[in-house]
Design a protein around this ligand. Sequence first.
Ligand SMILES: Cc1cc2nc3c(=O)[nH]c(=O)nc-3n(C[C@H](O)[C@H](O)[C@H](O)COP(=O)(O)O)c2cc1C
Length: 243
Amino acid sequence: MNLKNIDFYYFSGTGNTFLIVKKMKQAFEKNDIKVNLYRLEKTKPKDVDLNNTIGLGFPVAEQGTYPFVWDFVKSLPSAKGTDIFLVDTLLAYSGGIVGPMKQIVKRKGYNPIGAKEILMPNNLFPKRIDIEKKKRKILKGQEKASQYAEDIINGKSRWKHIPPFSDLLAIFSKSQKTWKFFRWYYPLTIDKTKCNKCGLCSKICPINNIEMNEYPKLKNGCTICMRCISFCPKNAISKFLLD
Ligand SMILES: Cc1cc2nc3c(=O)[nH]c(=O)nc-3n(C[C@H](O)[C@H](O)[C@H](O)COP(=O)(O)O)c2cc1C
């Protein structure tokens, strides 16, 4: 195993996954292992360097993950035994996403060395959770992240077997129909009385789904990653009725 260099590709909608990835980076670097962080949504899978160990980090969404994360993993280049590990963050239940992810990377010739799911605060309804509880959950998650990195270094991490139903559940989050339903169920609204037209939401949307037309205008692809909502400096974007 070449753990000298790790290229860690991650997506984080609201920061939970980033906190975990950062903690893992610190733990690796304490052990003289160099870690480069890359935004998954800004990386072309074909540019992944197969000479380095690959890390993948992303949030769980709809008992799976966002379609563009699936697409990234599915589009990784074929490898000849490149080590790869995964970390996902979640509120409660992932539907066993590590199973289908393992199948994808194994078929592509990677060597799956570890997968870990780390509980973090709910980002779908962030205002509904107590701030102290949130801090405690983050700290616990970060401890788990450091331990996981240590386990990878010491060869103790595992990418567990595929739960029997996880392939079926994964179908939901891969399907555009699921996200269409959620766009209908959680329509994002822009409050023009609060919006200062700064355009940040448009710049940070991972799938370029927001156009600036004086005010932000949503196109049809939103997968409710919550990034625009959580980073809007004017609190002008919300999920209609539910925030
Ligand atoms: C649209 C959406 C769907 C989610 N679905 C799930 C889910 O199925 N299971 C779960 O445990 N957490 C779910 N979550 C919670 C997130 O996985 C969790 O808060 C994660 O840590 C967010 O990471 P991030 O801040 O890096 O985006 C969902 C969050 C969102 C916004």
